[in-house]
Ligand binder design. Structure first.
Ligand code: GDP
Length: 525
């Protein structure tokens, strides 16, 4: 096998999907601890409790940590793991969704006391767009959680994915004793209070081992009974079904107690796919092709307040990046020499010499790079599957100085190309309406408009509940649709027709009335 192929097949690129407070930050710390990137877990700071502010510099400072942890690369189990951050609290945004288009697998973290929560459902829908394989971690076993069987049922019912328990919890809360690993036929015993370390766990071989009864008393008999029930009612792990996104292996543990996280990681590096082929407008590109290709899934504004640069995050889809190489920016038909791409070893920004398919590199961007852009070694390709997502929050933008309308529109269109927000221009008014999926996006846009475009704006509430992009093969009918619904029709930043619905009921009615019009929740760049 060539070095290129072995490097690429060794890559595992994933992201964490979870509802706020389920334990994503904690699990990231432990994962990095296992990746030996940090001596003692506790370095990855959460971003909660930080208030959204319209002061850009303050925001930079507050969000600094989330920038450096945007991508974390570390070795684990002989593999090179890339963990992509998915902003989750106030900094939840369309980037969170788009990051999921740049991974090959995802880890779903569920709070065992709460079960499947709203944000998880939404993020799972995004994973479904590409049938991304999902590994599940049921967290907080050291608390009084819900019945584990019930939790699996809920995942199956609500998320429509089969569950294959790989480990099974013994007790919960103060009585949490550890997990039984179904595939290894071993029991791992839990000791509390060691969450900041990698523990020497006591392991008992075999379910019928009397040592188990000595160690956990009557819970051993309960475990045996329960497992019989579980095996009857749940699915066996099946690699192909996992890779097809139809089945999720489930691990139980506590991120805080750093227990079970390694079992989950072991499963992830063993089963999760190495970089997958990616679809373009004319062919599929296998990851192990010699020539470099990649696409932009995120643009992070201004990491260094001294320089107004932005970093474009590129997922390498094939081949490798080498310092000084020439890349073609396909949309602009322009070749550039790249000497200073960035990599993100946990916690640190670093200049790197080379990177392989599956890795993420950061390119300095002075406003020419857009979300969805493709870079190649010369081939005319465009990667697909890096969409815009229908916004869920809307604001009307008003200028403090009405003379600056042109600057405002220019700024908004550019910011929408970077994925900071989406902009809609209703056909029946002179309004400008911004759409976002996270509320902080509005503050970021206001701050950047002020800093970079010298326009100050105010937001008003607007009665838009949701938006859909609309298309129709029948041109005449489309014209009629637009005329009859003129109050709801708008153009987005890229001049695509969209339908702004004041309520979900209104949207459903419109969809019923116009069966030949397609209402889309995502739009390709
Ligand atoms: P995030 O919002 O998903 O990043 O969640 P955090 O990792 O910040 O966790 C939210 C809260 O749950 C914090 O107070 C954590 O200390 C706590 N937490 C995380 N994992 C566990 C766990 O396994 N057991 C317990 N008892 N608490 C946990």
């Amino acid at each position: 096998m060539s070095k290129l192929t072995s490097e690429i097949e060794n890559r595992r690129t994933f992201a964490i999907i979870s509802h706020p407070d389920a334990g994503k930050t904690t699990i990231t710390e432990k994962v990095l601890l296992f990746g030996k990137q940090i001596q003692e877990a506790g370095v990855v700071k959460g971003r909660k409790g930080k208030h959204a502010t319209s002061d850009w510099m303050e925001m930079e400072k507050e969000r600094g940590i989330s920038v450096t942890t945007s991508v974390m690369q570390f070795p684990y189990g002989g593999k090179v793991v890339n963990l992509l951050d998915t902003p989750g609290h106030e900094d939840f945004s369309e980037d969170t969704y788009r990051t999921l288009t740049a991974v090959d697998s995802a880890l779903m973290v569920i709070d065992g006391a709460k079960g499947v929560e709203a944000r998880t459902i939404k993020l799972m829908e995004v994973c479904r767009l590409r049938d991304t394989p999902i590994v599940t971690f049921m967290n907080k076993m050291d608390r009084d959680i819900r019945d584990p069987i019930e939790l699996l049922d809920e995942v199956e019912d609500v998320l429509k994915i089969k569950c294959a328990p790989v480990s099974w919890p013994i007790g919960m809360g103060k009585q949490f004793k550890g997990v039984y690993h179904l595939l290894e036929d071993k029991t791992y015993l839990y000791k509390s209070g060691l969450g900041h370390t990698i523990q020497e766990e006591r392991v008992i071989e075999g379910l019928d081992n009397p040592e188990l009864d000595q160690a956990i008393g009557s819970l051993a008999a309960d475990l045996r009974d329960e497992l019989e029930l579980v095996l009857g009612a749940s699915h066996e792990f099946d690699l192909q079904e996992f890779l097809d996104g139809q089945l999720t292996p489930v691990f139980f543990g506590t991120a805080l107690g750093n227990f079970g996280v390694d079992h989950m990681l072991d499963g992830l590096v063993e089963w999760a796919p190495s970089p997958l082929p990616r679809e373009t407008d004319n062919r599929d590109v296998p990851a192990t092709e010699d020539k470099f290709t990649g696409f932009v899934f995120k643009i992070q504004a201004n990491m260094d307040p001294q320089h107004r640069d932005r970093i474009a995050f590129v997922r390498i889809c094939s081949g490798k990046y080498q310092k000084g190489m020439k890349m073609r920016h396909v949309r602009l038909g322009r070749d550039i020499a790249v000497n200073n791409a960035l990599t993100f070893l946990a916690g640190d920004r670093e200049h790197l010499e080379e990177a392989y398919a599956g890795d993420i590199i950061g390119l300095h961007n002075h406003g020419t790079i857009q979300i969805g852009d493709t870079f190649t070694e010369g081939e005319e390709l465009k990667f697909r599957g890096i969409p815009n997502f229908a916004p869920e929050l809307f604001r009307r933008v008003r200028l403090r100085d009405p003379m600056k309308n042109k600057a405002l529109l220019k700024g908004l269109v550019q910011l929408s190309e970077e994925g900071a927000t989406q902009v809609f221009r209703p056909q029946n008014s002179n309004d400008l309406i911004l759409g976002a999926v996270g509320v902080l996006q509005f503050d970021v846009v206001a701050a950047r408009l002020k800093n970079e475009y010298k326009v100050e704006c105010i937001y008003d509430q607007v009665s838009v509940a949701t938006a859909r992009w609309v298309t129709c093969d029948n041109e005449k009918m489309f014209e009629e649709f637009k005329r009859k619904n003129a109050d709801n029709i708008a153009l987005d930043g890229g001049d695509n027709w969209s339908y702004l619905a004041p309520t979900m009921v209104n949207l459903n009615l419109a969809m019923e009335r116009w069966p030949d019009v397609t209402f889309l929740e995502t739009r390709e760049h």
